[in-house]
Design a protein around this ligand. Structure first.
Ligand code: SF4
Ligand code: SF4
Length: 385
């Protein structure tokens, strides 16, 4: 995937049927947004009719609800509780199985997945989240072959954000609202009383080949201007802001800040924030056997630093208090993630704020620590782990 500096073309909204057909011809399974149980989720789509037509989402701390729009926009919402990691790194997966072979066991590795996804409707913050997870699963010493196979085959069809959510702060994290790279195709939806079109550009040779197979026309100047205006409008309407300057040192030098105890008094340790976060990757493994003892399997399951068992070592639990678990999550996400992977673990998508049942907001928590400088905390306790 390369830089998206291509000629921009226009397809009519009705032309999305053609896009689905072209993707299917090339063997892709189309995955995109659809409405289910009062939320916009990502799932396999049969046609554009499955998209959330005329729907938007209202989001704030602990608040998410769908509302009708006064137009037929297909991507007129922000992000829902799920992210693409559900498909790239399934939350429950078998790693291998073992079959008895005489007095030994024979290990049977899992087959590398062959299904190629076309992800339709990927937002800029989500492309950044995938690139962050690439560092975890592909770029390090140990690779996850399943993730790598799914990621390398996936076609990324971005949709530029023209609506900002109440908990979004991608502008502060420099991850949006416009995708500049990391996509195969990028769409900007322009819908008003007179038109419903998508301005489309390719960002890779694969995307260009697909674009050439679609029925397009050169974009009109008014369409391009309106598309750019809508993205600029989304950038100006972020629901949250976050001061990322020096956040690594701010957090790592304030490990005994009284704010950790204050937030722990509200936090339910429910793990919602880690489940919805598009970059969190903690997992656990479980071994299971059948009653005959001839067959065993190892399964990997999504886990969270908020569960008590996650930090269990021989002899006890390392992070037994909610205070230590919240502090671990936030300092890893915003500070030690940078030491580990060279980038922040946060893209500013806002999901952890929206889906926290008690509306804990990491932008507020960091601001509260910043407002109470390190000098206010006993010096000998600042760096205590
Ligand atoms: S920490 Fe929160 S805002 Fe940042 S990427 Fe994760 S869910 Fe999104
Ligand atoms: S911060 Fe909110 S979402 Fe996260 S564990 Fe605590 S209560 Fe749950």
């Amino acid at each position: 995937m390369g830089q998206g500096m291509e000629q921009r073309l226009t397809i009519e909204a009705s032309g999305l049927d053609g896009l689905f057909a072209v993707l299917e011809e090339r063997g892709f399974t189309v995955v995109g947004p659809t409405v289910r149980e009062g939320a916009i989720v990502y799932d396999r789509l049969a046609s554009p009719a499955d998209l959330p037509r005329g729907i938007t989402d209202e989001q704030d701390g602990g608040v998410y609800r769908l509302k009708k729009r006064d137009d037929d926009a297909l991507f007129g919402y922000v992000v829902g509780p799920q992210s693409w990691k559900r498909f790239l790194d399934p939350p429950v997966k078998r790693l291998w199985r073992a079959e008895r072979d005489g007095s030994d066991f024979r290990i049977v590795p899992e087959e590398v997945p062959r299904e190629a996804f076309a992800f339709l409707g990927v937002r800029s913050c989500e492309i950044h989240a995938m690139e962050i997870q690439d560092r975890v699963y592909i770029d390090g010493e140990f690779k996850d072959p399943g993730y790598e196979a799914r990621r390398r085959s996936a076609l990324i069809i971005a949709v530029q954000c023209t609506v900002a959510g109440g908990t979004c702060f991608c502008v502060s994290m420099n991850t949006g609202p416009k995708s500049e790279s990391g996509f195969d195709l990028a769409l900007i939806e322009v819908v008003d009383t007179e038109r419903h079109v998508f301005v489309i550009e390719a960002g890779s040779p694969r995307g260009r080949e697909i674009l050439e197979a679609l029925e397009t026309r050169p974009s009109e100047a008014s369409e391009l201007a309106e598309a750019e205006n809508r993205i600029a409008d989304a950038a100006a309407r972020m629901g949250r802001t976050f001061d990322a300057e020096g956040v690594h040192d701010l957090l790592t030098q304030n490990l005994e800040h009284p704010r950790w105890a204050e937030v722990a008094g509200r936090c339910l340790s429910c793990a919602n924030c880690t489940m919805v976060c598009p970059t969190c990757f903690c997992s656990t493994v479980e071994d299971v056997t059948d009653v005959s003892g001839d067959h065993a399997e190892r399964w990997q399951k999504q886990d969270s630093c908020f569960t008590m068992d996650f930090s269990q070592l021989h002899g006890g639990i390392v992070r037994s208090s909610t205070r230590s678990r919240y502090r671990q999550w936030l300092t890893h996400k915003l500070a030690t993630w940078i030491d580990q992977f060279g980038v922040s673990g946060c893209t500013g998508c806002g999901r952890c704020i929206t889906w926290c049942p008690v509306a804990i907001d990491l932008t507020e928590e960091v601001a509260a620590i910043r407002a109470n400088p390190p000098d206010a905390v006993e010096p000998h306790r600042r760096g205590k782990p």
